[in-house]
Design a protein around this ligand. Sequence first.
Ligand SMILES: Cc1cc2nc3c(=O)[nH]c(=O)nc-3n(C[C@H](O)[C@H](O)[C@H](O)COP(=O)(O)OP(=O)(O)OC[C@H]3O[C@@H](n4cnc5c(N)ncnc54)[C@H](O)[C@@H]3O)c2cc1C
Length: 424
Amino acid sequence: MIDFRIEPELQAKLDWMATFVREQCEPMDLLFPGHGAPYDVANRESRAYMKPLQEQVKAQGLWACHLGAELGGPGYGQLTLALMNEILGRSYWAPTVFGTAAPDTGNSEILAMFGTEEQKARYLQPLMDGTIVSCFSMTEPQAGADPKEFTCRAWQEGNQWVIEGEKWFSSNARFAAFLIVMVVTNPENPPHQRMSMLIVPTDTPGVEYIRHSQTMGDSKGADDGTHAYIRYNKVRVPLDAMLGGPGEGFKVAQARLGGGRVHHAMRTVGKCQRAIDMMLERAVSRRTQGKPLSEHQFVQGAIADSIIELEQFRLLVLKTAWIIDNEPHGAARTHIAMCKVQMAKVYHDIVQRAIQLHGSLGMTLELPLADMWMGLPAMALADGPTEVHKVQVAKAYLKNATPAPGLFPSEHIPTRLETIRAPS
Ligand SMILES: Cc1cc2nc3c(=O)[nH]c(=O)nc-3n(C[C@H](O)[C@H](O)[C@H](O)COP(=O)(O)OP(=O)(O)OC[C@H]3O[C@@H](n4cnc5c(N)ncnc54)[C@H](O)[C@@H]3O)c2cc1C
């Protein structure tokens, strides 16, 4: 059975969220700009502003909605979360106000899934409380899309793990209380069982920040970037700092990256909707050639294309969320890859049209569109480049494809007619 209706109780929650994000979170984007700003736990002004907002979110039962009931969250499920994340996607402060900001979402999920009771108390609880932020440190300067190329390693010495190597683009490390680091611990194993995850408090001796790379999306309001290039100089952590077992790093990483990607896609729906809302307002506000932009067919075409493409993408995201909720673990893998590919494309096309309809103003930093545009390359790179996900989608379908039975394709009309007409 397929039913697109939303329960009135959920709709009321979504309506509350939409108003709250517009009236309370979007102002934070303006008052405390910069994509790194929500992670800066040391900024007393922004934290003091945010605290009462977070209390309101908690009072509504909407805090940390990404975590299922078994992991300590409200357990709404991915389909409901998709509808919620659409709303949160409109503001870059909103996910932090609602306790669902990446990478803390993914990190809290793997801590909840694989963490020991001690790890949960020490790291997960303060993450859930929103008093600290965390970092996922996996990509290396010489390798990103292919984790099999990673070389940062750890070995056991007495009752400690010793970590040696470099990591690249560890987002928000400068604000984080701890890093979850993917390291080679079992080089003799098959490729997908060579790595493990270690939890490293950021103040551990030997954690050296080479620099915090700044990206185009960071450039507003940040003196320095938020993506750390880190050298681990024989960093020592106790044996119980491992998350999951030795050689289980890939398994743990998959558990967090899948969720992270689909949540990102859900928020992208909201960002695209915001750009469309701006296009609609602009179309009925601005005049040219003696009539509103909205009466020009090119403009109508841009609006229609944007609405149709977003509707298609939104349905893909919702179906993916439904599969995660209803099918066995891992069944949504291909659909998550589809979402990852498509979100960068749809976002690009819609934001580009929105900028175009706003003319010169669209390019300025006086509208959110330029900031949205600068976030575009990250969509096609973070959590794995588009190409890798396309390959994954194609392979999933190619593995079930069978070669044509004869010289011509099985859909070849003359051959089919020959078969149909052949006397039996
Ligand atoms: C905003 C942002 C935040 C990030 N945050 C984090 C973080 O917090 N922690 C972390 O560990 N990492 C993070 N990353 C890193 C991200 O995971 C990597 O950038 C990504 O995996 C790609 O790796 P790379 O940049 O080394 O590109 P490479 O692996 O060098 O790939 C470069 C290009 O090669 C091509 N390519 C690669 N593989 C294939 C293939 N199989 N087939 C065809 N073409 C291919 C693609 O065009 C790709 O874009 C972040 C990245 C961004 C942009």
